[in-house]
Structures are given as structure tokens and as C-alpha cells.
Design a protein around this ligand. Structure first.
Ligand code: NAI
Length: 334
């Protein structure tokens, strides 16, 4: 029987890029079935719920989901639906691979970086308060735990080991944040002792930004806390051609949500202009996660061929093709 995957199309361009993903997977004969459950603005307008109960049930039954972008309406009880789902299912590893793709012109070559961002702690816990009645001073709490540091750093080292990479770069600001970032850095030092063939490189966040826009080819695996990871992963996406081609994964111990990094792109929604690649590349990562490597490779080859030898590209990649034309070309190349 086919494995069932929860598909959350999302808002804006989400439904268009989800259709693209579904038709490519169907054409490649991937032995999975999608169970579609939506969340976000569209669902709220129809049902009054931002995340329906049926979505939670589907996620908890299937354990693997792929998701389009979701816009969180302001003032509807959630800071962010995306952050909420990551926290609810303890999806502590946010993994964002970024590499140069053929036919996508950029200023840099040989970029091939995977960022491991801690996904549940840090300043993202959103605990803020005013310090006085006049609201002239506000503070935010940054929470870092040894458990939280350990599991994300361990994932990064395991990835490096499994991919024969000899360096992991830990990014921090422990010179200023001695307790929180200090704990992250100390944990990285302890874990690295268990991996004698992998060098631990320690880099301060500001220097990391400068290094990445000067010599990105030096980096392979970066591991860092929530906010630094958020910023660095968009920076690295920019190095290789932008958000339209940046895949992502949120992985916990036994539930995972794969998603495009970009948002719902309201400026181009419904116009058949969106680049579906970020979601398709996320889908390829998902196929590897569920051990359907053969299909992952097949779709990846078709995508690379489409970019390399054809001029059928969406506008964000400098082409004039629609989402459907681009999708059809990938299917032709399967
Ligand atoms: P955005 O990523 O939606 O758009 C930024 C720019 O990139 C726009 O010009 C857009 O047209 C372009 N773009 C993004 N994806 C594209 C694609 N696949 N193909 C071609 N062009 C693409 O960011 P923005 O405007 O800041 O956010 C819009 C909404 O999305 C907000 O409500 C935000 O909360 C939500 N959002 C959701 C995310 C998620 O679900 N993971 C992540 C980021 C934002």
C-alpha cells in the first residue's frame, strides 16, 4: 500500500505550487498518496479555524507532511502558524540545504551549504514584556537548554559524518551572550569530541555573515541557534538564486514537515507565475527521508536537466515561463 503524506497547500501561491508538486510526483510514479488538509487564511475564512482539528489528526496519523507557505492573519490568536506547528510537534531541526543549481546565474560558484537551525528555543519563544507602565522599555527572553543544543548539534555532526564532510561550523555570539550562546558553544565542543574526523569551526555571527558573502564555498555544514539560523538561511538562499529555489525541512524525533522557505507571495498569487522549485526540492528531501531514494534521484535529475538545457524558467529565474509550463517541462524530462 502507498505511504500517505499530509499535504498542506497553504495560502497565496501555495495551492499553485502544490499542484505542480502533485503532478510531477504522479508522473514520476512515486508510490505515495497525498491527504490534503489546509490551514491558514483561506481555511479561516471558510471554517473560522486557522488550523482545523482534521489537520492535526492527519499529521499525527501520517507523521510526514509537506507544506506550502502559510500567511498568519494578524490578531487571530497565533503569532505564526508555522512556528506553532514546529513547537507543537517538537520539530527541533530546521534543515535548509542551499547549493548552486545549473542554469541559475549567481555571483558565486561552488556553494553547497546545509544550515541546521535550532527550531524550538532561543529568542523565538516569543516571551516579551514591558518593564514599565508607560511601555517605554521592553525585554525579550532568549531560552537555551542543554537538551535543545545537544539534539540540533548532534544532528549536524551526524549529517557531516554520513556525507563524509570534515568540518562543522558552529555560529554564536558567546563573547557577549556568555550564558546562552556560551551553552550552545560548550555543547558543540563536547559533542565534537565524539567525532575525531570532523573539525569544529567556531565563528561569531557577524563574522559569519561577512564570510558567507565573501567566500561561501568554504562552508559545508553550519549549526546555530534559532534567530541566527533564520537570518543566515535566507542570506545563503540569496547566494544561490533566491527564495524561489530554497527548500527546507522541520524534523523532530518522529514527525517531519517539509516546506518551501518562501512565503505566500501575495504579489503574484493566482497568476501562474510562481516558481514551484522550492517546494519540489523540499519534496525531493522528503522522499529521501522516507527512503524513496530512487524516486528522489529521478525527479532531481529531471529538475537539473530542465534548468541546464532548457530556457523554460519562471520569471524569478530570469525566464518567461508560467508555473504550468515549467512543471510540464520537468515532467517531459522525467
Ligand atoms: P514572500 O516570500 O512571500 O515574498 C517575497 C518576494 O519573493 C515577493 O516578491 C514574492 O513574489 C517572491 N517570491 C517568493 N516565493 C516565490 C516563488 N516561489 N516564485 C517566485 N517568486 C517568489 O515573503 P513576504 O512577502 O514577506 O511574506 C508574505 C506572507 O507569507 C506573509 O504573510 C508571511 O507571514 C508569510 N510567510 C510564510 C512563510 C511560511 O509559510 N513558511 C515563510 C515566510 C513568510
Amino acid at each position: 500500500m502507498n505511504k500517505i503524506i499530509t499535504l498542506i497547500p497553504g495560502d497565496g501561491i501555495g495551492p499553485e505550487i502544490s499542484e505542480s508538486l502533485k503532478s510531477i510526483f504522479a508522473a514520476a510514479g512515486v508510490p505515495i498518496s497525498f491527504e490534503t488538509e489546509n490551514a491558514g487564511t483561506d481555511v479561516y475564512e471558510k471554517t473560522g479555524e486557522l488550523i482545523p482539528e482534521s489537520l492535526y489528526k492527519s499529521m499525527e496519523k501520517n507523521r510526514v507532511a509537506i507544506k506550502g507557505p502559510i500567511a498568519t492573519p494578524i490578531g487571530k490568536g497565533f503569532r505564526s502558524i508555522n512556528v506553532y506547528l514546529r513547537k507543537k510537534y517538537d520539530l527541533y531541526s530546521n534543515i535548509r540545504p542551499c547549493r548552486n543549481l545549473p542554469g541559475v546565474k549567481t555571483r558565486f560558484e561552488n556553494v553547497d551549504i546545509v544550515i541546521f537551525r535550532e527550531n524550538t528555543e532561543g529568542i523565538y519563544i516569543g516571551e516579551e514584556k514591558y518593564e514599565d507602565e508607560g511601555k517605554t522599555s521592553a525585554i525579550a527572553i532568549k531560552r537555551i537548554t542543554e537538551k535543545g543544543c545537544h539534539r540540533i548539534i548532534k544532528s549536524a555532526f551526524e549529517y557531516a559524518k554520513n556525507n563524509n564532510l570534515d568540518k562543522v561550523t558552529v555560529v554564536h555570539k558567546a563573547n557577549i551572550l556568555k550564558l546562552t550562546d556560551g551553552l550552545f558553544l560548550e555543547t558543540a565542543r563536547k559533542i565534537s569530541e565524539g567525532y575525531p574526523k570532523i573539525t569544529l569551526e567556531e565563528t561569531i555571527i557577524d563574522n559569519m555573515c561577512m564570510q558567507l558573502v565573501s567566500r561561501p564555498e568554504k562552508y559545508k555544514v553550519i549549526v546555530t541557534m534559532n534567530l541566527y539560523g533564520d537570518i543566515l538561511s535566507d542570506l545563503v538562499a540569496g547566494l544561490v538564486g533566491g527564495l524561489g529555489i530554497a527548500p527546507g525541512a522541520n524534523i523532530g524525533d518522529d514527525i517531519a514537515i517539509f516546506e518551501a522557505v518562501h512565503g505566500s507571495a501575495p504579489d503574484i498569487a493566482g497568476q501562474n507565475k510562481a516558481n514551484p522549485l522550492a517546494l519540489i526540492l523540499s519534496g525531493i528531501e522528503m522522499l529521501k527521508y522516507i527512503n524513496l531514494h530512487e524516486y528522489a534521484e529521478k525527479i532531481e535529475k529531471a529538475v537539473l536537466k530542465t534548468l541546464e538545457v532548457s530556457d523554460v524558467k519562471t520569471a524569478d529565474l530570469g525566464g518567461i515561463a508560467t508555473t504550468t509550463e515549467f512543471t510540464d517541462k520537468i515532467i517531459e524530462n522525467l
